[in-house]
Design a protein around this ligand. Structure first.
Ligand code: CA
Length: 229
């Protein structure tokens, strides 16, 4: 399984080391030194995964990750952030931006390849047969339908998108603003309490299945989807 992996890193030594490791791991590395080069590489062909340095000239890795999460083309491309020691505290904001994993510099080729493998496996589980599952819940993406234990559920279009987002981003807390950004898109002006309305509707839709508690309120922060209470 040859994967096209985009490395966005401004330090040539690290870029070369990573590219060498990727080739050894059977992948096809593509280089970019900053956001502009990365955009050009993505336009040419969307990569299977992006390795993104945190500190870059121009737009930071975090800004790029946020941008890519919003754009249709790159929305589902897994991102692994390469951070320097000391930037660990910023991880929370990274996770909120939809980054899939972190590797702290200096890292070994073996560690990097293991993380890549794990992240790719996770994203493949979601898309192999065009369905996403969490416990008894399953979304058939091609048919745009939600099932609970084989029983089809009636879910409105916004609740569907909300549930799909939650199931593909389980066990993470999202603020209302972030959910608006992801589900409604950054361009639309919608009030934050709109999110609460749709969360209520989604819970109601899940009620007959007894799975409504998977949509959890995190007091003072926002919402989380989780199979554990
Ligand atoms: Ca850098």
């Amino acid at each position: 399984m040859l994967k096209r992996i985009l490395i966005v890193e401004d330090e040539p030594a690290i870029r070369d080391m990573v590219a060498f490791a990727l080739r050894k791991g059977g992948h096809e590395p593509v280089h970019a030194a900053d956001g502009r080069e990365a955009a050009a590489a993505i336009a040419e062909k969307v990569p299977d995964l992006i390795l993104l340095d945190w500190m870059l000239p121009g737009a930071s890795g975090l800004e790029l990750a946020r941008r890519w999460r919003r754009e249709e083309l790159t929305r589902d491309v897994p991102i692994i952030m390469l951070t320097a020691r000391g930037e660990e505290n910023d991880r929370v904001s990274g996770l909120e931006s939809g980054i899939d994993d972190y590797v702290v510099k200096p890292f070994s080729a073996r560690e990097l390849l293991a993380r890549i493998k794990a992240v790719l496996r996770r994203s493949r589980d979601d898309s192999d047969d065009g369905s996403v599952s969490a416990g008894a819940l399953r979304i058939d993406c091609a048919a745009h339908r939600v099932y609970a234990g084989g029983q089809a559920l009636h879910v409105g279009p916004t609740e569907y998108r909300l549930l799909h987002f939650f199931m593909t981003h389980a066990d993470r807390v999202y603020t209302r603003a972030q959910l608006l950004d992801h589900i409604w898109g950054g361009n639309v002006y919608v009030e934050e309490r709109t999110v609460d309305v749709h969360i209520r509707r989604l819970r109601k839709a899940l009620e007959p299945t007894g799975l409504q508690d998977m949509v959890q309120t995190v007091r003072g922060t926002g919402y989380r989807f989780s199979q554990s209470p």
